[in-house]
Design a protein around this ligand. Structure first.
Ligand code: PBG
Length: 326
């Protein structure tokens, strides 16, 4: 590498496809991908989410078709979000045995036992007010919510979920969920914690898909301030101490510095959540012919891995698997 000419010739290692492949530092693989799926109560429903072209709310009778496609593409894990018919103050639909996510989990695990089912553990899709916990005195009551979240996690594990993924941002959720799972006999079910979850405008399209927009106020008393970096380390630290097996950073794209910080400071697998708004922006630009969708998505996801993500939760998972399998 000694520069006899007085400067370095970096272009030597970029001279051809093969040369570039030889020195490539980061790779994307279908094993890295987790596909989020919205399951809706009712029959014969496959609703495209208007703000997320290519993403559907699917009813149970059509679910297996979708899951088989995911499996055939080589994707090993999916994350379930429920869209129930009825909602109430407590979010009962999140933890009943006949809940939509519980039913979907049983169905998938019976038909395709090797498919990993991750259950999102939150109340916002099931509460009439749309918040991630229960409301007392116009605020989300942390400790009262924990009890319901623990019940939700146990009912998801009972239905066969392989990984519990709590996204509610209450303090102490890993502790209560870990001990509830252990007591119920699910010591081996891992927790993938949404440890670092910012209060973000990038979640807008998801709230259409999951019908979970808060009916009053916002989520700023429990989700993090986008301005903060050290606070992310405190969140990750407490979740690891409480027993989290994976750490999620969410959103991904505007928070790659945080992904790197988490990767450098903790030795559990790091997961980047490439959220709904990040998906919709790309789709909108692609539909207008303003960008090359495939190249842009691959670059984006590769950047997440380069930043330190071991896994990526993404609505692009099916497309990426197709592109990788070409
Ligand atoms: C539930 C939850 C949300 C997302 C994942 N789990 C929404 C929110 O917190 O408002 C967002 C995912 C996305 O935007 O793709 N709490």
């Amino acid at each position: 590498m000694k520069a006899t000419e007085g400067f370095a010739r970096h272009r030597r290692l970029r001279s051809s496809d093969s040369m570039r492949a030889l020195v490539r530092e980061t790779h994307l693989h279908t094993n890295d991908l987790i596909y989020p799926l919205f399951v809706i109560e009712g029959e014969n429903i496959k609703n495209e989410v208007p703000s997320m072209p290519g993403v559907y709310q699917v009813s149970l009778d059509l679910l297996l078709g979708e899951v088989k496609e995911i499996d055939q593409l080589g994707i090993k894990a999916l994350m379930l979000f429920g869209v129930p018919k009825d909602k109430d103050e407590q979010g009962t639909g999140a933890f009943t045995d006949q809940g939509i996510v519980q039913e979907a989990t049983r169905l998938i695990k019976k038909a395709l036992p090797s498919m990993l089912v991750l259950a999102d553990t939150c109340l916002c899709e099931y509460t009439s007010h749309g918040h991630c916990g229960v409301i007392h005195n116009h605020d989300v009551d942390n400790d009262a919510s924990l009890e319901l979240l623990a019940k939700t996690a146990v009912s998801q594990a009972e239905a066969g979920a392989d990984i519990i993924a709590p996204s509610n941002m209450m303090d102490g959720f890993v502790t209560v969920i870990r001990s509830a799972l252990d007591e119920a006999g699910y010591k081996n079910i891992p927790i993938m914690s949404y440890a670092v979850k910012y209060s973000s405008a990038f979640y807008g399209p998801f709230r259409d898909a999951a019908d979970s927009t808060p009916q009053f106020g916002d989520r700023k008393t429990y989700q993090m301030d986008p301005a903060n970096r050290l606070e992310a380390m405190r969140e990750a630290q407490s979740d690891v101490e409480e027993g989290a097996d994976f750490l999620i950073v969410k959103p991904a794209l505007s928070y790659l510095d945080i992904v790197r910080d988490v990767k450098n400071n903790f030795d559990v697998p790091v997961v980047a959540y490439n959220v709904s708004g990040e998906y919709s922006m790309v789709k909108a630009a692609a539909m207008n012919g303003w960008i090359n969708e495939e190249e842009l998505v691959m670059e984006k996801l590769l950047s997440m891995k380069r930043a330190g993500a071991d896994l990526i939760i993404t609505y692009f998972a099916k497309d990426v698997a197709k592109w990788l399998n070409k």
